[in-house]
Write a protein that binds this ligand. Structure first.
Ligand code: SAH
Ligand code: MG
Length: 215
């Protein structure tokens, strides 16, 4: 890691928060966000897929430093792969009253404890519904929402046009080799972004891909 890094207390909180962001990838996401918010000053960042707020803390630290807003979009009901019986299920995040997952209380606690409530704005709803009503250019778009084919494609079509030219598209869980993980983030987001000619690859860390919008 370079000498410029996320606040150490916040990093420890992120790592103690339920979620799926490995430390090195969180640090790379943080660095990408710091660059993105310098390249496109004053524009907000947006994350699709916050879960319990783990990645949100890395991005929230940058939002505070740059005095910009981070919008954190999630319906907080979990992706297909988070539901009971699936690999990434955690039954401590189920709301027994409704019999569905509810990660919003965990997210809220994490954002409070990290001290980033002032710059992180949660948007609780379905990603395509929010995207269809969105109209603000973004310095950074981080896509880590539903990893099925349809949600991934909808996140690509709904959100990537909102990345400002010079801004950053970060995608999590990109696995070019199917042996390493599910394909939709690679096939429905990463490849189309590069093939569109609008984005160029800037860096890769684990399954995180950081692209720059060039046109
Ligand atoms: N970034 C998180 C992990 C996200 S897990 C971390 O660092 O740990 C994926 C999240 O995407 C889940 O919380 C799920 O509720 C959300 N999600 C999946 N499909 C969605 C959709 N269509 N709209 C909104 N949120 C969605
Ligand atoms: Mg992920």
């Amino acid at each position: 890691m370079s000498d410029v890094a996320i606040d150490a207390r916040r990093r420890a909180l992120a790592l103690a928060t339920r979620g799926f962001m490995p430390a090195v990838e969180g640090d790379a996401l943080w660095a990408a966000a710091l660059e993105a918010t310098a390249a496109v000053p004053a524009a907000p960042m947006l994350e699709v897929g916050s879960y319990c707020g783990r990645s949100t803390i890395w991005l929230g630290d940058v939002a505070e430093r740059r005095d910009v807003v981070l919008f954190a979009v999630d319906h907080h009901r979990g992706s297909e792969e988070n539901q009971a019986g699936w690999e990434h299920h955690d039954d401590t995040v189920v709301d027994d009253r409704v019999g569905m997952m509810d990660t919003l209380p965990f997210f809220r606690a994490a954002i409070h404890d990290a001290g980033v409530e002032g710059c992180v704005v949660a948007i609780v709803g379905r990603s395509p519904v929010v995207a269809a009503n969105w109209n603000t250019p973004l310095s950074l778009l981080f896509i880590d929402g539903g990893h099925g084919e349809l949600p991934a494609r909808q996140d690509y079509t709904g959100w990537t046009p909102h990345v400002a030219v010079g801004g950053t598209l970060a995608i999590h869980d990109v696995f070019p080799d199917p042996a390493d993980g599910g394909r939709p983030p690679y096939e429905q987001i990463f490849r189309p972004a590069l093939e569109s000619g609008r984005f160029e690859l800037r860096s890769s860390t684990g399954s995180l891909r950081v692209l720059t919008r060039v046109g």
